[in-house]
Design a binder for this molecule. Sequence first.
Ligand code: ATP
Length: 311
Amino acid sequence: MRAPGKVNLSLRVGPLGPGEQYHQLTTVFQAVSVYEEVVARSSDERTVTVSGPQAALVPTDATNLALRAVEALAAATGTDEGVALHVDKGVPVAGGMAGGSADAAATLLACDALWRTGLSRAELLELAATLGSDVPFVLQGHTAMGQGRGELLTPALSRGEFHWAFAVRDTGLSTPAVYREFDRLHALADDPREALRRGGGVAVPPDPDDDVRLMQALRAGDPHALGAALHNDLQAAALELEPGLAEPLAVAQDAGALGVVVSGSGPTVAALARNRQHALVLAAAFTASGVADRVLTATGPVPGARIVAED
Ligand code: ATP
């Protein structure tokens, strides 16, 4: 199985209502050609092993998102079958690119095929949403608007190929911690000027109409217009927690990126390039300035999780 990571072209976060556990979001996802590879083999047990440059950061116990997907599918279909999974991680861990979600999506498809569950695509998507708000998107891939917690998807039209360079950090940012910081910044009500200075202020309910220019840029396949429309409401919170992120943002701008944005909850910084060659120039600028632990280049949009080989 192969499943892509994602970049949020736009991420708009609403206020947390009283008693609410999750923020209402409007986001536009693009699946990018940075992949998780998952191998699933029949087994009596349910296990996962992990490889890749950041494998040491990934748990292999029941908290691993791939094993959570196994348990969810087994519970939904009433099977006692096992599976031995191996995940080769290409997507940065805790990088805001949905690597764990991609593992869960790939695992759902793999076990569905291995166990011949007969679930429909709609049932798999519903199960995916119980595992995490990004899991339905990485199952579907391409480009989509996500609402609710991000799991309510509407496919979006997109023409052509966009080119990216990503500055990856070894120390990840926890998504819940970034949302807590977002809430703190927006709660600086006693000092509204300070809140605004730090990118806080009153959080407004997200409105899909805010992304009209972005959707037009995608339909036109216009990287310049897309670069100008990139947006992330979590960026200020990610920068508060990790001020060093200002460096890759500035480096990409200086190197002529059409747009640069923190991906999701960060800390990966995504820079939009004019073309493939320019993506390599941006990647070289990240490397030369020492602002990233690792650099990736990729294109998007790409398809979602799929079986690439079967024995
Ligand atoms: P998102 O963009 O969806 O918010 P992310 O890319 O920032 O997610 P992940 O890499 O998906 O973050 O995982 C975040 C945390 O979840 C990791 O720090 C790790 O401890 C835990 N985790 C559990 N299962 C996995 C997995 N299969 N791959 C990566 N991390 C996992």
